[in-house]
Design a protein around this ligand. Structure first.
Ligand SMILES: Nc1ncnc2c1ncn2[C@@H]1O[C@H](COP(=O)(O)OP(=O)(O)OP(=O)(O)O)[C@@H](O)[C@H]1O
Ligand SMILES: [Mg+2]
Length: 362
């Protein structure tokens, strides 16, 4: 049921598809609502809503259905260690877990060629310099030191300050982050298959990157991990000829990465989605968390879901993005509850009121 045509008198014909990713139930007509990614303007999803409104439940059910239906693989950045449980109602297998505090990410592989090692080191240094403002000199120092560590195949923190005091605060933080998150592996083939497997495209797999403890200890390190895995993932994607993405990246609690990767995120939303087959599923509490990219992110989302709340100011803030009339706001405020949401599903431009159905009944 279209919001603008409230109150309902008869059940109107569905303007939405009956194939694609099942999202939920039209709160008024009871019809099942689907998102057909092939018909959607973009393959991205944005969920907004206050704490407890159902954002993570929504993302987990959508990503699970997307992976199954479109034979994709997914990467979930999980700062609350909740997706293992959320997804356990759907699947017992097809889930891979990674905690970079327990299994550090690869800085380099000793048996790789020097140019390949240097390429990996550069990616790592780019990732940390996205979160710490490093001078050119500091970056050069990092690259030189890391190259030495990789050439000699040493554990990353065995040799850091050898003969050298580092007085630069940001450089020190970058070094600390590198020592916490990365290490050197003797070979691509005999260690840490999990990381490689995860990043090498596998069909219908969901990888959960558990960032909870890292996030609690140091948010910036958690962001550096997100950035690095994204960078690495982008470097493994090849040109996609289909309009259906084969990789989905889930960034829940988007607010914590926006200040560091806003520009890159906009690039990913706009450029990599079709060309490299990448879809971003994002969630955050308020639309203003997306500042200064609000319009770009909202307009780049094929599915835009605003979870319900009885708060007038919340809906007034969202009014312009969902084209809500005063009557529609009154209605949604009255029926608000967990899982109820105003949802715009591309290619349809008009939002509808849905119950986001976490149970697979399709
Ligand atoms: N579609 C739904 N149907 C029924 N219950 C739901 C639905 N979505 C969420 N809930 C209930 O609400 C609880 C909170 O949901 P969820 O963790 O997804 O909220 P959230 O918006 O992600 O909150 P936070 O911002 O704190 O992470 C769930 O544990 C579940 O009990
Ligand atoms: Mg959540």
């Amino acid at each position: 049921m279209l919001l603008d045509s409230l109150p309902p008198t008869t059940i109107i014909p569905l303007v939405h598809n009956t194939s694609g990713v099942y999202i939920g139930i039209d709160a008024i007509s009871g019809a099942s609502i689907y998102w057909d990614v092939e018909l959607s303007l973009t393959p991205h999803v944005l969920v907004i809503g206050p704490s407890g409104s159902g954002k993570s439940v929504t993302l987990s059910s959508l990503v699970n259905r997307f992976v199954k239906l479109y034979n994709a693989n997914a990467f979930i950045f999980d700062i609350k260690d909740e997706y293992r449980d959320l997804l356990s109602i759907y699947r017992n297998n097809g889930l891979t877990f990674l905690n970079p505090l327990e299994e550090p990410l690869p800085l380099c592989y000793c048996d790789d060629t020097s140019p390949k090692k240097l390429e990996m080191i550069n990616t790592v240094v780019n990732s940390v310099s996205s979160v710490y403002p490093l001078s050119t000199q500091s970056k050069k120092y990092l690259i030189r030191t890391l190259a030495d560590i990789c050439t000699r195949c040493l554990s990353i923190d065995s040799d850091w300050h050898y003969g050298l005091e580092v007085y630069d605060k940001e450089l020190n933080r970058a070094i600390d982050t590198l020592s916490t998150l990365f290490n050197v592996y003797p070979s691509r083939h005999n260690v840490n298959h999990k990381i490689l497997d995860m990043l090498t495209v596998k069909k219908r797999e969901i990888s959960i990157i558990n960032l909870k403890h890292l996030f609690i200890r140091d948010r910036t390190k958690s962001v550096a991990t997100v950035i690095h895995i994204l960078n690495y993932l982008l470097s493994t994607l090849s040109t996609s000829s289909t309009s259906i993405p084969n990789s989905v990246v889930v960034i829940d609690e988007l607010w914590h990465v926006i200040p560091f990767i806003g520009d890159e995120l906009v690039n990913m939303l706009a450029r990599y989605s079709r060309g490299l087959g990448l879809a971003l599923f994002m969630a955050t509490q308020g639309i203003d968390d997306l500042y200064p990219y609000i319009d770009t992110i909202v307009n780049s989302s094929g599915v835009f879901i605003a979870m319900s709340t009885p708060s007038m100011s919340y809906w007034q803030r969202l009014q312009q993005y969902l084209n809500l009339t005063k009557k529609a706001i009154d209605y949604i405020m009255n029926i608000s509850g967990q899982g109820i949401a105003v949802t715009r599903v591309s290619p349809c431009k008009t939002p509808i009121v849905l119950y986001i159905d976490p149970l697979d009944n399709w």
